[in-house]
Design a protein around this ligand. Structure first.
Ligand code: SAH
Length: 421
């Protein structure tokens, strides 16, 4: 058999016909839609996932068996039917019209093969295994592993190659196109387990010239950075909190204006009590392009790691996340604790250990029953995780007795205990 000729098809707006509505079609359709293809699906039946695409108007569905006229105007056909005779009818009709045809049932009879694919930002790697899909997948997996640690030439965007950090750079292509010298990504690092960063966050981290971290960022994520990456630990900045934030903003802007790709890595999600908005505004004011990559927030993940779902059917139809860094009687507090006391659902309090006694007293004084289940989770999702179960009335004393320390979340509500055996 002769070698296949590799191509990247640019399918935006072009008709692609998919024949069949089962699992093969379910797996193939998303990449066709991602490529912008105008997908026509021909099949008497559909899987629920395909039906969801139809319902959302992402593709057109003909609920019947294939007819050769379905191929009029098509550029590519994917057969995703088990019956070889039906598949052959499709590929015969395709060949007559000079349309390439991928066949799920018979690779030898197909005029086109779909490769094993991995995507890494703007890079697409497609592997053909010489007729052996398993070989293609294992090579693809090996390449993906290499890409995921950033260990390849060109891991960084073109502008960043080789130039010293902080030195002048020529402009290069930033993510999304335009020629910009430097840029900033505000990346949520997740709650503590290094595996809980998002795939996009991890990729950007492997591409960074400068990484600015703070206390809550999982140390293991930094372990794998390239040796030439400049690491700035924002928690070591020796000023009060507001000066320190100005200093962080200045570092982000200065490094980016000097041409670096700066990743600002923040614990949990950048916008949940993370001052990500201030950093975004500082960059925007300086004309530095910023992207934000959400993260898994500790307000949901730490309870989950301790076996507490923030909502549960017939138990809680809401969860409220609130900062406890100010005591309830502080004039600077923006939280209406008396209103929160009237809620029935789950209350998740971040930064609340120091003021826990005052907070629980306020909640009880305004009507939340003292017997409401409560829990505290310290260093959730990490090897150092500790947690305790208590009640709203007793939790402040129990935290002291157990010696729990920040970072910790406090969870109040009937969800505490619902999954306990
Ligand atoms: N942006 C972060 C929150 C920053 S505020 C996020 O989305 O998770 C810092 C507070 O988050 C800490 O005081 C603590 O209340 C909570 N926190 C962060 N990581 C935590 C963890 N692993 N376990 C428990 N609480 C955590």
């Amino acid at each position: 058999m002769s070698n296949p000729y590799p191509l990247g098809l640019r399918l935006a707006g072009l008709r692609v016909v998919v024949v069949g509505g089962g699992t093969v079609a379910t797996r193939r359709v998303p990449a066709l839609l991602d490529a912008g293809a105008d997908v026509l699906l021909v099949s008497p039946e559909l899987t629920p996932a395909l039906r969801a695409h139809v319902d959302a108007g992402r593709l057109r569905w003909e609920p019947r068996r294939f007819a050769p006229g379905d191929l009029d105007g098509a550029w590519l056909v994917q057969t995703a039917v088990d019956d070889p005779a039906a598949a052959a009818a499709v590929s015969d009709a395709a060949a007559e019209r000079r349309i390439f045809c991928v066949r799920a049932d018979d690779r030898a009879a197909a005029t086109a093969w779909t490769p094993a694919v991995t995507r890494h930002g703007p890079v697409t790697v497609a592997v053909l295994g010489g007729g052996d899909p398993r070989r293609a997948m294992s090579v693809r997996d090996a390449v993906r592993a290499l890409l995921s640690v950033g260990q390849y030439p060109g891991a960084r965007p073109p502008a960043a190659q080789g130039a010293p950090v902080g030195g002048p750079r020529r402009s290069g292509a930033a993510e999304g196109g335009g020629p910009t010298a430097g840029r900033v990504a505000l990346v949520g690092a997740g709650p503590g387990d290094p595996e809980l960063i998002t795939m996009k966050g991890w990729r950007l981290l492997t591409e960074a010239d400068v990484v600015v971290t703070d206390r809550l960022v999982p140390g293991l994520l930094l372990d794998e950075l390239r040796p030439d990456v400049e690491l700035v630990d924002a928690s070591k900045i020796p000023y009060g909190p507001s000066r320190a934030q100005e200093e962080i903003n200045r570092i982000l802007v200065d490094r980016a204006l000097a041409g670096a790709f700066v990743v600002r890595l923040k614990g949990g999600d950048p916008y949940v009590f993370g001052r990500g908005g201030e950093e975004l505004l500082a960059c925007a004011a300086a004309g530095v392009p910023v992207t934000v990559v959400p993260g898994v927030t500790s307000s949901v993940a730490a309870p989950a790691a301790a076996g507490i779902p923030v909502t549960h059917r017939a138990v809680a139809h809401e969860f409220t996340v609130v900062s406890g860094h100010l005591p309830p009687d502080s004039p600077a507090s923006l939280v209406r604790w008396e209103a929160l006391a009237g809620l029935r659902g789950t209350l998740v309090i971040l930064m609340g250990l120091k003021n826990l006694a005052a907070i629980t007293e306020a909640l009880i004084a305004h009507g939340r029953p003292a017997g409401t289940p409560a829990a505290v989770v310290q260093e959730g999702t990490t090897g150092g995780q500790r947690s305790l179960r208590s009640t709203l009335g007793a939790v402040a004393a129990d935290v002291l007795a157990a010696g729990l320390r920040p970072p910790a979340v406090v969870v109040v509500g009937d969800v505490v205990g619902t999954l306990d055996g």
